[in-house]
Design a protein around this ligand. Structure first.
Ligand SMILES: *[C@@H]1O[C@H](CO)[C@@H](O)[C@H](O)[C@H]1NC(C)=O
Ligand SMILES: *[C@@H]1O[C@H](CO)[C@@H](O)[C@H](O)[C@H]1NC(C)=O
Ligand SMILES: *[C@@H]1O[C@H](CO)[C@@H](O)[C@H](O)[C@H]1NC(C)=O
Ligand SMILES: *[C@@H]1O[C@H](CO)[C@@H](O)[C@H](O)[C@H]1NC(C)=O
Ligand SMILES: *[C@@H]1O[C@H](CO)[C@@H](O)[C@H](O)[C@H]1NC(C)=O
Ligand SMILES: *[C@@H]1O[C@H](CO)[C@@H](O)[C@H](O)[C@H]1NC(C)=O
Ligand SMILES: *[C@@H]1O[C@H](CO)[C@@H](O)[C@H](O)[C@H]1NC(C)=O
Ligand SMILES: *[C@@H]1O[C@H](CO)[C@@H](O)[C@H](O)[C@H]1NC(C)=O
Ligand SMILES: *[C@@H]1O[C@H](CO)[C@@H](O)[C@H](O)[C@H]1NC(C)=O
Ligand SMILES: *[C@@H]1O[C@H](CO)[C@@H](O)[C@H](O)[C@H]1NC(C)=O
Length: 865
């Protein structure tokens, strides 16, 4: 009876006083079903002003699956659903009793309910923010839909750390799909089968402001935020244009999409990943995805040696019928009896990559391809491998295979192999499956050569362009006119030369100078302090090239990277405007005569610098190799927060400058040995330099510097033959000394004397071990920066330095000492550790012609397979 009366009320309020009174509360005993409600949408509850409604709803108008939903009225968008895995028919019922909400099918069978409460329910309310709340008799909240999110968050909702959003299968089937959004203490991750495929911090326009632990994620009218430290700190933020209503949803497509209201539609304003090919299952199992970055839909096909498994699906299976794909023993569908079919591998070919490889660690470094395959063969959960030749890294694909991606990067040397079971006696096809590694091994030596040739070619190209450009620029009479031609999105603020002249008081206060030019202190009209870098004879005379680089650098936001605020490209002038770091560079604080850096500050600086570099290498959309990591380029802010500067600038240099630059760095001893041997320069080159910096942070002195008597070496051990008599000043190559002290376990000897023992021995050991691992002569033995951060944080087990790859330090050390005795005390400035650098770099420049023939051959090799 009460129910009928209530229905009448709803009816009246909706028809006669439409838009003025909404039913905001319902009380036990109440029952609703889609059939029973006046407006065919099954709505039984509105928020106070009608922004949201609750209904037994059938998404997309299909007639079989009905869900208890909270819906944004204007856009008709579902923001929450109760029984997503247990839909009911249009006569299924939602009932509210004093025990909570219960959903039953037409026959009264249980489908879904809220869990039991201590006290009785007195009302159900839908708030104006879209939160469905069960209230007790004191209006206390017993249960909230906000605390049980499905795939969406709305303004006013907090997603606490450790919780998940799960995608729906499709827009009409709300049951839990395969994609997850996980909020972690460091970032928001998108995952599939427990494998990460995207991080919020790498999204365009995502600012990482702090390294504090994240507590919750929320959106408001102006952006998306990850908060930490009891809501006082924004750890990561994405600024969005102001909008009264927006939602953030893990879409059934696998993308995380923030949408805002525009008219009666929600239009996307932030999407991750942008490249649809980065979505793990976008083309089905082993489907080959290409063209994902384009605005349309990505194109799915199958790798060679594979074909689509059936008409309806984009899944791919081996073309050869006698091969089958194994089922992982971790899979739910595991029916395999482990019968011993012959295991083999089918190559996917070069230029095909896997989404997870950017986010997972290799299971093993320094493994050859056949051992990597053996590793997979011995693991029933392993379904395939990816092998990276340059670093001899072995990645395994477990549990379920996703789609593969046609790579657009030229530097990928990953090659994938899919595990197959050979059913019938191995036919001729097997040899095809096995032939691939041989081709790969033959190709391997070419990769390095190719890159060198490419570098040479690019230099040649740039110098040609810059010559022609120079002529143009010099004759250009209206410099501001041609600036307008460059509309590159994401470009930081552009300043006029005159503005910067004024800001720096006509370049009065010089605060530094280095490979790129001089740096001046300045103050903008709004009183913010800046550091203005005047780039001397910028090689990239081409303004567009310069601007393109600036757009890339300007779009990188990380708390441990110096922020580029603006730039000036006028005539032949190139200036960069950075945020001002009030404590200057690390070398001054570390080696200077001011107050000594305390140990904890050093650890913080090391970790901050490592995080900044890790972000450059693997956190942002485009990998950036710094090429010049040294204390001069690590700036300090308040509380000794470390910020890396000058990243991305090596690309702005002319070839002449660049080689000058490398020689200069060689003298300082941060340059990795591979510059010498003309192998490929990779992120591991930065890791080496970081290792050298780390040693200096521990010791508080330059690696190549005068050694005071109290640090003198145990002469018979070192073989240096240097006298240990206590008052002699001698030259000691500190990395060699560090190696020796490491071998003897005498870490305390390495810590800065000025600290007078105010150190933690375990931490000294940790820093020294990490540093030595970083300076391994063999680049592939060096950890990547993400692992370095892990080890410094203590999250990743400490790796042990490999002596066989460190012996070169003894060699350098001996030469260093010899040179110093010849040159007396001038060694510090004049000693050149790597005299051949120039020669080996210039060699590559002349030979640019074979490059085109290489392209042809590489295509021929990877094409037909
Ligand atoms: C609701 O139903 C229960 C059991 O059906 C009954 O005990 C209770 O009195 C009802 N409450 C109201 C307010 O009608
Ligand atoms: C409902 O709308 C009125 C007027 O538009 C506004 O004053 C009030 O704050 C709104 N109520 C809620 C709960 O937002
Ligand atoms: C609970 O809230 C409703 C509506 O806001 C109000 O009418 C009622 O008096 C409140 N009850 C208590 C016990 O505070
Ligand atoms: C993912 O990891 C969690 C916890 O480690 C585990 O419970 C779950 O089964 C894993 N899921 C898959 C699909 O491997
Ligand atoms: C959104 O949250 C951010 C971070 O707390 C805050 O700075 C901003 O003012 C908020 N915007 C609105 C419109 O409340
Ligand atoms: C967090 O903030 C709340 C109020 O803002 C305060 O009551 C609480 O003590 C704070 N907690 C911590 C751990 O600082
Ligand atoms: C292919 O799709 C059609 C309709 O879309 C369906 O009827 C058929 O069963 C599907 N076949 C397979 C093999 O899944
Ligand atoms: C198990 O395999 C069958 C066919 O091989 C497939 O239809 C079914 O969806 C699979 N189940 C799961 C849970 O993967
Ligand atoms: C799956 O199959 C393997 C044999 O291939 C067996 O060892 C394993 O226990 C099975 N796992 C499950 C979960 O059934
Ligand atoms: C791989 O390494 C193992 C052991 O290091 C060696 O026995 C094997 O011959 C190597 N295989 C190839 C193809 O180089």
């Amino acid at each position: 009876m009460g129910c009928l009366l209530f229905l009448l009320c709803v009816f009246l309020s909706c028809t006669f006083v439409h838009g003025i009174t909404y039913i905001e509360f319902i009380y036990p005993n109440f029952t609703a079903s889609n059939l029973k409600f006046i407006d065919s949408t099954g709505t039984f509850l509105f928020s106070h002003n009608g922004t949201f409604k609750a209904a037994m709803f059938n998404p997309d108008g299909q007639q079989t699956n009905f869900y208890l939903c909270v819906i944004h009225a204007e856009s008709n968008t579902i923001t929450w659903s109760a029984n997503r895995d247990d839909p009911v028919s249009n006569s299924g019922k939602m009932s509210l009793s004093v025990n909570g909400i219960l959903i039953t099918d037409q026959d009264g069978n249980f489908k879904w309910s809220t869990s039991p409460f201590q006290s009785l329910v007195s009302a159900l309310q839908l708030t104006e923010t879209g939160n469905l709340i069960l209230l007790d008799q004191f209006n206390g909240s017993l249960w909230e839909s906000f605390r049980n999110p499905t795939d969406t968050i709305v303004i006013g909702q907090k997603l606490p750390v450790g919780t998940l959003l799960s995608s729906s299968v499709s827009s009409s089937d709300l049951s839990i799909g395969d994609y997850k959004l996980a909020l972690r203490a460091s970032d928001t991750l998108l995952q599939w089968q427990n494998m990460t495929y995207w991080k919020l911090s790498m999204g365009a326009n995502a600012y990482k402001n702090s390294n504090s632990a994240v507590e919750f994620m929320s959106i408001n009218q102006t952006g998306l935020y990850l908060f930490g430290q009891n809501s006082t700190v924004v750890v990561i933020q994405v600024n969005l244009s102001p909008s009264e209503f927006r939602i953030a949803k893990l879409d059934d497509s696998g993308q995380f999409i923030v949408r805002s209201l525009s008219g009666t539609n929600l239009k996307p304003e932030f999407v991750g990943p942008v490249d649809k090919c980065k979505i793990p299952f976008v083309c089905g199992r082993l489907g080959l995805c290409s063209n994902g970055a384009a605005s349309g839909n990505p194109v799915c096909s199958c790798p060679s040696n594979f074909h689509v498994s059936s008409l309806n699906s984009t899944d791919c299976v081996p073309s050869d019928d006698s091969y089958s794909l194994p089922v992982s023993c971790n899979s739910i569908n595991n029916t395999s009896d482990g019968s011993s079919s012959l295991v083999s591998y089918l190559g996917l070919g070069y230029g095909i990559v896997y989404f997870a490889n950017d986010f997972t660690m290799p299971v093993k470094y320094t493994l050859n391809l056949s051992l990597c395959q053996d590793l997979c063969s011995g693991d029933c959960s392993c379904l395939g491998i990816f092998y990276e030749h340059s670093s001899s890294s072995c990645y395994v694909l477990q549990n379920k295979l996703g789609s593969v991606i046609l790579s657009t990067r030229s530097d990928d040397d990953q090659v994938g192999f899919v595990k197959i079971l050979v059913g019938s006696p191995p036919p001729s096809g097997t040899s095809q499956a096995f032939r691939f590694p041989i081709v790969a091994l033959v190709l391997l030596p070419f990769t390095g050569l190719f890159l060198l040739l490419a570098m040479g070619f690019i230099w040649w190209k740039i110098s040609k362009i810059s010559k022609t450009r120079k002529v143009k620029l010099d004759s250009s009479t209206s410099p501001s006119g041609d600036l307008e031609a460059f509309m590159i999105p994401g470009l930081p603020i552009r300043f006029d030369y005159a503005e910067l002249e004024a800001a720096t008081d006509n370049f009065k206060t010089l605060i530094g100078s280095g490979g790129f030019g001089s740096v001046y202190k300045g103050s903008l009209p709004d009183k913010t302090l800046v550091a203005v870098k005047k780039v001397t004879n910028s090689g990239a005379g081409g303004k567009q090239d310069f601007c393109t680089e600036i757009a890339i650098i300007g779009n990188i936001h990380h708390v441990n990277l110096v922020k580029l605020r603006g730039f000036c490209a006028q005539g032949s002038e190139r200036l960069l405007v950075y945020e001002y770091m009030n404590r200057g560079s690390l070398d001054r604080t570390l080696f200077g005569n001011g107050p000594v850096l305390e140990w904890q500050e050093r650890v913080d600086i090391a970790l901050g610098a490592a995080r900044g570099l890790a972000y450059l290498h693997s956190g942002c959309q485009k990998k950036i190799i710094h090429c010049d990591v040294k204390p001069e380029n690590i700036l300090l802010h308040d509380n000794f927060q470390a910020k890396i500067s000058d990243f991305g600038l090596s690309k702005l240099l002319s070839p002449e400058q660049s080689s000058l630059f490398t020689t200069m760095r060689g003298t300082r001893g941060y340059l990795a040995p591979e510059w010498l041997t003309s192998s490929v320069i990779t992120d591991k080159t930065d890791v080496y330099s970081f290792g050298m910096v780390l040693l200096e942070i521990v010791s508080g002195r330059k690696n190549c510097s005068l050694q005071t008597q109290s640090h003198s070496i145990d002469e018979d051990k070192s073989g240096v033959g240097h006298s240990s008599s206590s008052s002699v000043l001698g030259l000691v190559y500190f990395p060699m000394f560090a190696l020796e002290m490491y071998e003897q376990g005498r870490y305390l000897e390495l810590a800065d004397l000025r600290l007078e023992g105010r150190v933690t021995i375990e931490e000294v050991e940790r820093l020294v071990c990490v540093a030595l691992c970083c300076v391994h002569e063999e680049p592939s033995l060096r950890p990547n920066m993400v692992s370095v951060v892990g080890m410094l944080e203590g999250e990743t087990p400490l790796a042990h330095p490999r002596l066989e790859s460190l012996n070169f330090l003894r060699f350098y050390g001996r030469r260093f000492t010899e040179a110093s005795t010849i040159e007396e005390n001038n060694g510090e400035e004049n000693f050149i550790l790597y005299p051949q650098v120039n020669a080996s770099l210039t060699n590559t420049k002349s030979s640019s012609s074979p490059i085109s023939s290489y392209f042809v051959s590489s295509e021929q090799v990877s094409g037909p397979r």
